[in-house]
Ligand binder design. Structure first.
Ligand SMILES: NC(=O)c1ccc[n+]([C@@H]2O[C@H](COP(=O)([O-])OP(=O)(O)OC[C@H]3O[C@@H](n4cnc5c(N)ncnc54)[C@H](OP(=O)(O)O)[C@@H]3O)[C@@H](O)[C@H]2O)c1
Length: 236
């Protein structure tokens, strides 16, 4: 029997992260990263009520503090990494100060880069997959989206470089970027508030649908690698 993969999900306490955890729990053991340990513990007991066999390790980390990652992850040997945590603060380049840029780039790019560097030996050993939850803003930048789009363009560059490096190393590691459109979550609720628009979760992509795509990316037959997956709203 093949052993259950061990999969790290960052931002597991958020809308999409929680859905990914629920989608993977029947087949994966999980490392759930979040900031608040009480929220993580609640998520753990909810998942284990539904799926009895899943082993869950909780990883409490502030992703703006990369100097803490090495010690916190020293004992972890994940097969797959799902870089999902992210922040989006909208505003024009004429108004957003360096604190917003630093925070956004830290969570959305520096943290995935550093966690990948630290955990890549384990992913290589398991011939696993590194998944980056990007965004349509990683492919197009619009007015008022500068800091977020810059961070997601950089995240695409990280994924593309890593994919080529792993191919050249012959490591067997697959690297995927997913580009979801607007998805129902706390992030989207805040974006709509910033835009002065109502927030109706039913009118956006459902986080469970994005999670299903992630599950397929991980389980896809080894003769393919789903490198860039645009997850756009369907026609009504
Ligand atoms: N929602 C959309 O429309 C949409 C569209 C395209 C792409 N995405 C991407 O999808 C991913 C998930 O977003 P979401 O919509 O699920 O957002 P969300 O509900 O706001 O969740 C964001 C997650 O990131 C974590 N996080 C934020 N700052 C952190 C920090 N400093 N340290 C540790 N964790 C931190 C949050 O943890 P806390 O619970 O501790 O705050 C939360 O778990 C993001 O990468 C986002 O850019 C979202």
């Amino acid at each position: 029997m093949t052993p259950r993969p061990l999969t790290l999900i960052t931002g597991a306490t958020g809308g999409i992260g929680r859905a990914i955890a629920a989608a993977l729990a029947p087949e994966h053991d999980l490392i759930l990263q979040g900031r608040d340990i009480a929220t993580l513990q609640k998520l753990q007991s909810e998942l284990q009520n539904d799926v009895l066999v899943t082993r869950i390790h909780l990883l409490s980390l502030d992703l703006t503090q990369p100097e803490t990652f090495a010690e916190a992850t020293a004992d972890l040997r994940p097969t797959h990494l799902i870089h999902n945590a992210g922040v989006a603060e909208l505003g024009g380049a004429n108004e957003q100060g360096h604190a917003v840029w630093t925070r956004t780039l830290a969570v959305n790019v520096v943290a995935p880069a550093e966690l990948t560097r630290l955990l890549l030996p384990a992913v290589r050993a398991g011939r696993g997959t590194v998944v980056f939850i990007n965004s349509g803003a990683g492919l197009r930048a619009g007015a008022g989206w500068g800091s977020y789009a810059a961070s997601k363009h950089a995240l695409k560059a990280l994924a593309d470089a890593l994919r080529q490096e792993e191919a050249e190393a012959g490591s067997g590691v697959r690297v995927s970027s997913l580009y979801p459109g607007r998805t129902a979550s706390e992030m989207q609720r805040r974006i709509r508030e910033h835009e002065g628009q109502p927030y109706d979760p039913a009118s956006f992509i459902q986080p469970e649908t994005v999670a299903d795509v992630v599950r397929y990316v991980l389980s896809a037959p080894r003769d393919v690698s789903l490198e860039d997956v645009a997850v756009r709203p369907g026609p009504n």
